[in-house]
Each structure stands twice: as structure tokens, then as C-alpha cells.
Design a protein around this ligand. Sequence first.
Ligand code: BDR
Length: 320
Amino acid sequence: MARNVIIDCDTGMDDAVALLLALRSPEFNVLGITCVNGNVGLDNVVHNTLRVVEQSGKHVPVYAGARSALLVAPDENASKVHGSDGLGGIPLPEPHNKVEKEHAIDFIVRIFMDAKEPMDWITIGPMTNAALALRKEPRIVEKIRLLTMMAGGVDSGNTRPMSEFNVFADPDAARIIFDSDIPKMMVPLDPLFNGGYLKWSDQQKIKAVSDKPWCNLAGMIFDVTHEVVHKLGRKQVNEEGAISPPDLLAVAAAIDPSIMKIENYQIQIETRGEFTRGMTVVDRRKYHRGEANPGRKEVAVVLEADQQKYAALVVNTWLA
Ligand code: BDR
């Protein structure tokens, strides 16, 4: 039976393909999508999300949430990667659907408190909405089966040497979530370089489909991603022609964690460091691990993906 899930996003290009995977997956019943300021400003995020949902062929309500980080607005967003509109300027038709009137925080609290069974939650943007919802109604913790987050880095960051964008953009919010008892799975940057990518040939299978709008959109996003990687002069870390959209991997991990290598660690969020604000401090010490914080819950951390199974999941879901 499909699992109920809600998704919090800052639609950007990799959020877009991640949403298309969740919306087309038979494993998920997406009850709503909440938008947060992040890759670009909230108005663009909402507009992008509505346009992406429209291309998925599904009808799912979209909610607007936080317009800025909890305490300190970061000094940059991710428009140099995702373009000023957040979707790389890809021309998409205007959506027929409108954003819901209910605020995202109220929706998140309502959907969890009304849930008969604990359900899934996925965040693929900064955790501002998630933290505000938890502060508004701490009892949602008991209604969360698993929160899957595209967040952090074990070995290194991206926006800063040790800070990944989603955590860097609102470390105070991330800290609230990581300090909570919510059962969590973190999909950091590390698995993107360890199997969590789509080969050129995987992308071509999706681009070859002409009668499914979600494949068309994914194909356009792949094209723009290649252009951006080239423009930014980024090193080809995986094999030639491969791309690794972080949020897509997070949704795949939420759908099927069995195709990932996962280890459990205590994690703290650095909110003050001179060079490390927004760092996910993963306690991987060989000795003394966990001694500093005896009762703290561990987070399941995705370290590697089985590339073939990951690509098959994405391709099969979209081509079905
Ligand atoms: C994350 O940051 C954003 O730019 C992407 O959408 C992804 O969620 C990767 O660090």
C-alpha cells in the first residue's frame, strides 16, 4: 500500500525532479507540498512548485511557508546554480492551480495531528518550515514515521567547505530538527559521489520519452544541469556525462532505503562557527563515540547508493 507523505521544498531544479519522482511513485501518496524560502525567494519557489506539479499529471495542494530563515538570513541563495527564477529559465506553461490559502505551517501541523498512523515527511530545502511546525505543535513528533532530509555533508559541504546549502541557509532551524526526537534519515552530499548519480545513458532513456510531460521536464532539467556544471567550471566528479541531483537521491532513499548504504550516528548542527556555521558535525569517532551526549538519538545517514538500482528506480517510475 502506498505510504502517505508530505514534502517540504524550495523548488530549484533538483527539487523539481525530486517532486516528479515522489509524485509519480506508486510507493507514495503525496498529500501536500509545502514551500520554503531557499534556493530562490518564496514567491518563485511557489510558482515553480505549482508548475512542476502541473507537469506531473497529478493534483496535489501546494502551500506557501516561511519567507526567510528563523534568525539570520544567509548572505547568498542558490540562484547562481538554479538561475534567478530557480528553474534555469526553462519555459513552462503557467499553472492552472493556485497556491492554497492555508499557511504551510498550519497545514503541516494539521496533517500530522489528523493522521491515524505515523506518516512520512521529506524535506529537500532549508528546515525553516519544519522547525516552525515543530515549535507550533511538538506533538507532531509522535506522528512522524520517518523524516528524510536532503541535508548536510559528512566529509565536506558545498556552499562552504564544511556546510551544505540546506543547513547553511538556516542552521538554527536545522538545529531544532536535529535536536528533536523525530526519527530521521539524512541524505548528505557524500552519496552523490558514491553511486548516487544518473549516468548519461540513464538520462537518455528518460529523454527518449515524448508522451509524458514529467519526462520532458526532467530531460530539460538534465540539459540545463549540464550547462550549469559547464558554466560554473565544476569538475566532473563522477563518470563523464553523469549528473547527481541531491534532492532526487533523497526522495529515492525515502522510497527505497534498501538500495542505500546507511550508518547511524549522532549529529550536532554548528550554528556559530567562524568557518563552520551550518556544518553537520557527525560523530564518527572510532572511540568515545556518543559519550558526549549519552541519550541523544542517532540519525540514519546515507553514505552510498547502488547506482544501478537507483537509476532503475528513477527510470522505471517515470517510464511506467
Ligand atoms: C541542496 O541545495 C540546493 O541548492 C539543492 O536544491 C539541494 O537541496 C544541495 O546542497
